[in-house]
Design a protein around this ligand. Structure first.
Ligand code: ADP
Ligand code: MG
Length: 240
């Protein structure tokens, strides 16, 4: 579903993605973990073409990401993204936040978009918030709306970049639970998170990144209990 081959990316003299090769199968849940500055966000942004890459290829569902234009917009719609900061439209209701993409990008009629949005809001447990403004919701509720909004575009893969790290601790689980449910429904997911509980429950594979490289890849139990590299051991000793 997602295939990266020989991907390199520089910011000026800084080599942030170093020859990344990564394949994510349909329905697979990949957790990406690693120290701050290791390139995790850049990797997510490159997959969604929010960042260009210098060399290599990125393909979604067998189609190489084009540089620009209508084909890019279409492929980008296949990739849903949820950020650390919820990024909801502050001046639109929850319902409008979820219907806007399908209405504008896909031309979905208003009623159909609203029905779909209500179903998605229900799925992430915030159906009763549909007519509120984002600021009236808790952080956990806002992040679940952000997930519903991404799902409304019917993506083939969902990227989550530290979706719970801006939340108060008591709200982390409600967001992770929605993500676990999505994983169990068979969504292909790439999740940057240090939440081991999520990784253990939902991940098929953990990728450890450091200094722009994929250092280690393993099933979650194996990675957390017996990391192979010194870097991963050192990192885990700091977050556990
Ligand atoms: P992570 O998400 O793992 O913390 P990032 O992908 O955000 O790492 O950043 C990787 C490196 O690239 C860091 O050194 C960061 O400072 C740098 N970086 C990220 N975005 C930019 C940018 N737009 N311009 C210059 N440097 C950047
Ligand atoms: Mg980051």
């Amino acid at each position: 579903m997602v295939e990266l081959e020989g991907v390199n990316k520089h910011f000026g003299a800084l080599h942030v993605l170093k020859d990344i090769n990564l394949t994510v199968r349909k329905g697979e849940v990949l957790v990406v973990i690693g120290p701050s500055g290791s390139g995790k966000s850049t990797l997510c942004r490159a997959i969604n073409r929010l960042e260009t890459i210098d060399t290599g290829t990125i393909a979604i569902d067998g189609q190489k990401l084009p540089e620009e234009g209508r084909a890019l917009a279409r492929l980008r719609a296949d990739v849903g993204m949820v950020f650390q900061s919820f990024n909801l439209f502050a001046h639109k209701t929850v319902l409008d936040n979820v219907t806007l993409g399908p209405r504008k990008a896909r031309g979905t009629p208003k009623k159909a978009a609203a029905d779909q949005a209500r179903a998605l809001l229900d799925r992430v447990g915030v159906a009763n918030q549909a007519n509120k403004m984002p600021a009236q919701l808790s952080g956990g509720q806002q992040q679940r709306v952000a997930i519903a909004r991404a799902l409304a575009m019917q993506p083939k893969v969902m990227l989550f970049d530290e979706p719970t790290s801006a939340l108060d601790p008591e709200m982390v689980n409600e967001v992770l639970d929605a993500m676990v449910a999505l994983a169990r429904e068979g969504m292909t997911m790439i999740v940057v998170t240090h939440e081991m509980g999520f990784a253990r429950k939902a991940a098929d594979r953990v990728v450890f990144m450091a200094d722009g490289q994929i250092v280690e890849e393993a099933p979650p139990e194996e990675f957390f209990t017996a990391p192979k590299s010194d870097r991963a051991r050192d990192f885990l000793s700091k977050i556990l």
